[in-house]
Design a protein around this ligand. Structure first.
Ligand code: OAD
Length: 255
């Protein structure tokens, strides 16, 4: 691994740039840290959502069963926050990386797959196209009765909790604790991780599984690993290059 300390950063940035220049198939895994500079709160650490709220009260099927209005109030609040913010330089750099790899692609394979744990749409708004939302999307609503799923950007949603035309409650189409990821999305993420030459992990504490296993799957298949994070994570010792700092500062330097 290439050093972590502040004085090593310039050489680490060059090392990461060199690695990126050598590859044509990349998987990017992002977490809440990539949206932090846009003003979306992270989950863990200072100011994190799980410091103020208990996930078992707001982000489980049981919580929704007990008090759907409370859960919806929280998601309404988060929808309002996400609607009010803009993509930051980290989102834009990742969109640019995808465009660059696509422009240079010689084989008919997808050169970059962006796998995000974030439920916001800031990657798409920055221009990323190949995005897999492992934990769902906050703008999608799913009926708990008929299963119909719709995109709905109304802010605020009123009345709460919202109800489907079939009469059943609608829920946010996100993955709650204790629920499985959408199999198609997960399979696509694993396939991309197994086929990539480099995995770039940005702004995730790498604590929540199965998302956190993707870098290990890529490493197992022979990929290199670059990590960009404000703080060290369990992945840091396995990274070929670890860049410690803000994603919005560091990612533009990688291009
Ligand atoms: P976390 O809040 O666990 O971690 C955010 C990470 O980003 C931490 O490692 C921070 O050090 C880092 N970070 C914060 N600001 C940063 C910045 N400006 N630049 C770079 N790094 C920064 O968020 P996730 O790892 O995304 O799941 O959490 C994973 C899952 O846990 C979420 O998707 C959510 C949550 O419970 C569900 O709700 C299912």
């Amino acid at each position: 691994m290439i050093g972590l300390s502040a004085e090593c950063q310039p050489s680490s940035v060059s090392a990461a740039r060199r690695l990126l220049a050598e590859v044509s198939r990349v998987v990017v895994l992002t977490g809440a840290g990539v949206s932090e500079e846009s003003g979306v709160p992270t989950f863990r650490g200072p100011g994190g959502l799980w410091r103020q709220f208990r996930p078992e009260d707001l982000a489980t099927p049981e919580a929704f069963g007990r008090d759907p209005r409370l859960v919806w109030e929280w998601y309404n609040w988060r929808r309002e926050k996400i609607a009010a913010v803009e993509p930051n330089p980290a989102h834009r750099a990742l969109a640019e990386l995808e465009a660059r790899l696509k422009a240079g692609a010689t084989a008919p394979v997808r050169p970059l797959t962006l796998v995000t744990q974030n439920v916001d749409d800031l990657h798409e708004r920055a221009g990323s196209r190949s995005v897999l939302h492992l934990h769902g999307e906050i703008w999608r609503l799913r009926c708990t009765g008929c299963g119909r799923e719709d995109y709905d950007r109304r802010v605020p949603l009123d009345p709460l909790p919202p109800v489907c035309a079939c009469g059943s409650l609608l829920r946010p189409a996100v993955v709650w604790f204790g629920e499985a990821l959408a199999p198609d999305t997960w399979d696509a993420a694993v396939g991309a991780a197994q086929a990539c030459e480099l995995v770039l992990v940005v702004g995730t504490s790498a604590l929540v599984y199965p998302a956190a296993s993707l870098p290990a799957i890529a490493l197992q298949a022979g990929a290199r690993l670059i990590e960009v994070n404000r703080d060290p994570t369990p992945l840091t010792p396995r990274a070929d290059v670890s860049l410690q700092g803000k994603a919005g500062d560091l990612l533009p330097q990688l291009l």
